[in-house]
Design a protein around this ligand. Structure first.
Ligand code: COA
Length: 145
């Protein structure tokens, strides 16, 4: 399988279809994106959206968020997912390496991410690529809907 990783910088119906095929493989609660939400996300100066494609079909995605704070330019990797039929081919590695390259080019001091311990493949991938586990507490404030 010939896979290429690229930055998606234009919202298209094909991109939306690919994203909405992948989102349920990552989250059972997230709803489908609308075209406008996709366009807004891609248009954000803080977001670099990577897709992996095989013969034009989207088989993986990763979102890199970069932002300046008083201690420097920081980056987060979020929503990494590879299509179920395309797993085990190191596509997740290729997406993550591409994101690290861009974060480095942008001058980010750190790249952070979280991954539940039950996500064995994901944790192995990040550690293989050099991510180190931090001793910190991760908190979330849930907004009432
Ligand atoms: C985590 C994830 C992105 C990894 O993507 P990937 O491109 O399949 O990664 P790899 O090719 O490195 O495969 C990971 C491991 O799973 C194994 N594997 C998983 N599914 C497989 C499949 N269908 N066929 C063969 N091997 C598979 C691989 O052999 C590999 O094991 P190894 O590291 O011991 O060699 C992907 O498994 C995924 O999308 N999971 C669901 C969402 C998720 O957990 N996202 C991460 C959020 S933090």
């Amino acid at each position: 399988m010939n896979v290429v990783v690229e930055v998606a910088d234009v919202a298209t119906p094909d991109l939306l279809e690919g994203v909405n095929r992948l989102v349920p493989q990552l989250s059972s609660t997230a709803g489908a994106m609308t075209f406008q939400q996709l366009a807004d996300m891609i248009g954000s100066p803080c977001v670099t959206f990577f897709v992996a494609k095989s013969e034009g079909r989207i088989v993986g995605m990763l979102t890199l968020a970069t932002f300046a704070i008083p201690t420097g330019l920081r980056a987060w990797i979020e929503d990494v997912v590879v299509d179920n039929d395309s797993r085990g081919l190191r596509i997740g590695d290729a997406l993550t390496v591409a994101a690290l390259d861009v974060a480095r080019e942008l001058g980010a001091k750190t790249v952070d991410l979280t991954s539940r311990p039950s996500r064995a493949s994901a944790n192995a991938l990040y550690q293989r690529l050099g991510f180190e586990q931090r001793a910190t507490n991760v908190y979330r404030f849930l907004m009432e809907s």
